[in-house]
Every structure is written in structure tokens, then in C-alpha cells.
Design a protein around this ligand. Structure first.
Ligand SMILES: [Zn+2]
Length: 492
């Protein structure tokens, strides 16, 4: 068995062990962390009735950025979405590819064993994966009721743990020591009480919301008012219903969806709606992490390519979140309830939704923690521009990118092989083709037999069972999901 704190600690420690490259500057830059943890349960030899479980981080990601539409590449060589959750998932796919390769060539995998059908593999008994994120995912899950400090079930952020003394956070306490909403700078839109919109006001708020959105999910909050998480305190459902205001997200509703009402207080946002990530300036085509994680909970996180080789979806058994503003009802709504009614899924895709848990341990580089340790003269607190991917593979496990390409590549080298991240579409496709190349004809999965497949798009479309599940999910839960333009998927 495991606890949420144990998982958080494991992921934070793994992060600390990584080299400095791509890490945020302490006290000035913040970032988000996400990871995939493998849990292996075995029967204890001494006590056969007890299970022993080993936990291992197999993929880890950091990052806060997302590129705009015009920077997307038809060669599949740029990372469109570098939010930590997405980076962690892509690294996990890379890890799974390597494990599958080991299984296919008979070197023995620590994860897979032959499935029932020829060419298909399944997870070994006792193996499961869970997802860790240092913060509430952006988008729908981040629309969190804010609760008055008087009725807080646990010490609000900004209080020293274990005391009733506020931390030394500028602007947190009033003269008389009562907590008040922090007056935030230009990024503070998320926590400001909305006023009736005038046009100018509306634009200003939009700008605020956009910059705040990068912060909204990762621990920045008004210390007095947010629904602070505590793993020991069950969801404050009743309190949340009484909340007069909500934390806001800068992720806009997808085109075609009824927009946010933008009314004062708790009626500012629509809830349960697909949202796109904000970018700097131009809009992105990337769905929010809440939406992507809801999709992974049904289709698995292995993606279409790997599904050719797998007997069913690989879903996370749990999603553990670090200490940050958090609402269990909002997480449930965003990650599981929206897809709970979907029926007609093919065999292997009807898996239970992930368990949702929160740890009381905070990431040392969270936005809130960075604000607390920031010192004068250090320069403005800002999100770290780099994204780190690390996964448990033998060759080059570490991959640091900025703006979707390897960090530090010269402008001249952009677009060359050297500039590509090892988790971009092209590279994962290359790994997949290597897997195909080492698969004996007699062991080829049925969906790949006797077919003339060339492009990335072809191989994804040929994954019939996965595509069938995706179609059901889209039709029943996410009809407005923004799909990648086909011309960006025709590389080979
Ligand atoms: Zn995100």
C-alpha cells in the first residue's frame, strides 16, 4: 500500500536528484511537477497474507508553457504543450515503448507479459501506475470555490503549519493580524473579486486571467480564502456550496461552447466545459490538463500508437495532488464525472476511474513557495521557461526543452534532428517504428497486418479499437474537443 504523502515525497526526491539544467531559480522562478509512479505489489515471503509494494518514479515532467497555433509544426518535431502533466505522460509513453521493446525481443520486461491475443501485451499481475501532480490541473479542476477563513477546516495557506501564526508573507496580514485577501500585482486576477464588466474592464480582466491562469493551478492563491487541501479533512462540500467566490482560470472555453457568464462572484465561470490553454498572445489549440486527464481516464495514457500492442488501455489507478488550492468535488467533476456516463466502449476500455487523493506536502518550487522565499533584488517572480522530461529509459533519459525544442539549440539548428525533444511526436513515432522493426512477422498485432501504413496519421487511424473508444468518448462527452489539424500529422 502507499499514502499520498509517500508518493509526493518520492516524486519530489526524484526531482531533487536530477541535474540543475532546466530547473527553476530558487526564490525567483516557479514551475509545476508531474510524474508517473509504478507500483509493484508482490506477496511478502515472510507473511504470505500481506502484500509488499514497491514504488518507483518511471516518468517525471516539469513545465508551465504552451505554444500558440502558429508555432505548431507539420513535422511533429515541436512540443506543442509543455505543461508538466503532458510532459510526464509523453515520457511515460517513451518508457512504455522501451518496456514493450524488451518484451517483444524476449529480453524480459518488468512491466509486460503476453496477452490473450497474438501480438498483444498486458501489464504483469500486481503492476499499476499512478499519476502525481504538484498542483491542481489547469482548466475545469481549477475552478475552485473560495471559502471564508472563518469556516476553514484547516489552516489556510500562509499560516505556519502547526501554529496559528501567519507566515512572513508580505500583504497577507492586516494590521490587526486578521488574514485578508492578498492584494496581488499584475498576475493577481484570479483572486480578485470581480466587479461588473465594462468593456475596458473586461479586457483588463481577460489579460489578468490569462497571466493568472499559468498560476491558477499551481499554488498561487489568496492565502485567506482558498479551499486549502488537507488529506485528513474530507471534502468540504457543504462549505464549498456556501462559497461566494471562485478561483478563476485563464483557460477559455473551446470554440462552440457556451462561454463563461463572467458574472460577479461564483457565477463567473461555466463548469464542466472543455477549455483551451492560454498562451502568450495568440490562443493555443491545446486542451487544458483537466480535459486531457479526463480523456486519459477513459482511453488510457498510452496513446493510439501503443494501443496496437496492448490488450487494453493503461489507465492511472490514482491521481495524487500535492499541497495547493484543491477541491475534491472540482477534481471529480473535471476528471471523472464528465465521462462517467459514457457507454459502448470496447473491451479493455471500461476501467474504473482513478482514485483522487491529496498530499499535505508542497513542491519546493511551487508558485506559492517561490513567492514566500522570494527576496528583494531577485527580480520578478516568474514561471520557469524550461520543461524537463526524465523517464526510466536506458538511453538519454533526460530531455530539457524550451519553447518546444531542446533547450540551448541555436536558431540555425531549429528544425534539425539535433533540436528535437525525445518526446516529440516524431521521436515517439520513430521509437514505435523501431518497435515494429524488431517485431517478428508472426508476432505482429492484427491491426498492423497486411496494411500499407505510412504516416503518423495512418498508424494512429489504424488503431481501430482505440479509435472506436475515442469516437464514443467524443460523441457522448466531448463533442467540441479540438482535434489537431490533419496536415500536422502527415509526417513519416
Ligand atoms: Zn496544465
Amino acid at each position: 500500500m502507499w499514502s499520498a504523502d509517500e508518493i509526493a515525497r518520492l516524486c519530489y526526491d526524484r526531482f531533487s536528484e536530477l541535474p540543475k539544467r532546466g530547473k527553476p531559480e530558487l526564490g525567483r522562478e516557479w514551475t509545476l511537477l508531474a510524474a508517473v509512479v509504478k507500483v509493484s505489489e508482490t506477496q511478502s515471503l515472510d507473511l504470505p497474507e500481506q502484500k509488499k509494494s514497491e514504488k518507483e518514479v518511471v516518468s517525471l515532467g516539469t513545465g508551465t508553457k504552451c505554444i500558440g497555433r502558429s508555432a505548431m509544426s507539420p513535422r511533429g518535431d515541436v512540443l506543442n504543450d509543455s505543461h508538466a502533466e503532458v510532459i510526464a505522460r509523453r515520457g511515460f509513453v517513451r518508457y512504455l515503448m522501451e518496456e514493450l521493446r524488451a518484451a517483444v525481443v524476449g529480453e524480459g520486461s518488468r512491466v509486460f507479459c503476453p496477452g490473450d491475443e497474438r501480438g498483444k501485451w498486458r501489464l504483469l499481475d500486481g503492476i499499476s501506475f499512478l499519476f502525481f501532480t504538484s498542483h491542481t490541473p489547469c482548466g475545469d479542476a481549477s475552478i475552485i470555490p473560495m471559502i471564508d477563513s472563518q469556516s476553514q477546516p484547516c489552516p489556510p495557506i500562509g499560516m505556519e503549519e502547526g501554529t496559528d501564526r501567519p507566515n512572513e508573507v508580505p500583504g497577507v496580514t492586516d494590521g490587526d493580524g486578521t488574514l485578508k485577501r492578498r492584494v496581488e500585482g499584475e498576475e493577481g486576477g484570479a483572486c480578485k473579486r470581480p466587479r461588473p464588466d465594462t468593456e475596458e474592464e473586461g479586457e483588463r480582466k481577460e489579460e489578468e486571467a490569462r497571466s493568472a491562469s499559468e498560476a491558477s493551478a499551481e499554488g498561487r492563491c489568496s492565502p485567506a480564502k482558498c479551499s486549502t487541501a488537507d488529506p485528513d479533512v474530507p471534502s468540504a462540500g457543504g462549505l464549498e456550496e456556501q462559497a461566494r467566490d471562485i478561483r478563476r482560470t485563464g483557460a477559455k472555453c473551446v470554440p462552440g461552447a457556451p462561454g463563461d457568464p463572467r458574472l460577479a462572484g461564483r457565477d463567473y465561470h461555466s463548469v464542466g466545459v472543455l477549455r483551451v490553454k492560454p498562451g502568450r498572445g495568440e490562443p493555443t489549440r491545446s486542451l487544458s490538463c483537466s480535459d486531457k486527464m479526463a480523456r486519459w481516464a477513459v482511453l488510457g495514457c498510452q496513446g493510439a500508437l501503443l494501443s496496437h500492442y496492448l490488450q487494453g488501455a493503461i489507465c492511472f489507478s490514482a491521481v495524487v495532488t500535492g499541497k495547493c488550492p484543491y477541491s475534491l468535488p472540482a477534481m471529480q467533476r473535471a476528471l471523472t464525472s464528465r465521462c462517467a456516463q459514457v457507454t459502448g466502449l470496447p473491451a479493455g476500455y471500461e476501467l474504473p476511474p482513478p482514485q483522487l487523493l491529496q498530499s499535505g506536502l508542497e513542491f519546493a518550487h511551487s508558485h506559492a513557495q517561490t513567492e514566500r522565499s522570494h527576496q528583494q533584488g531577485q527580480g520578478r517572480v516568474s514561471p520557469c521557461g524550461a520543461a524537463i522530461s526524465w523517464c526510466a529509459v536506458t538511453d538519454q533519459p533526460l530531455d530539457v526543452t524550451a519553447n518546444g525544442y531542446k533547450q540551448g539549440v541555436t536558431r540555425k539548428a531549429l528544425g534539425t534532428e539535433k533540436s528535437r525533444s525525445s518526446i516529440c511526436k516524431t521521436e515517439l513515432f520513430r521509437c514505435f517504428q523501431n518497435l515494429l522493426a524488431v517485431t517478428a512477422d508472426s508476432q505482429l498485432p492484427q491491426s498492423l497486418r497486411g496494411r500499407e501504413l505510412k504516416t503518423y496519421w495512418d498508424y494512429k487511424q489504424a488503431a481501430q479499437t482505440y479509435q472506436q473508444a475515442w469516437l464514443q468518448l467524443r460523441m457522448q462527452a466531448f463533442p467540441l474537443w479540438l482535434r489537431s489539424p490533419r496536415n500536422l500529422l502527415l509526417f513519416h
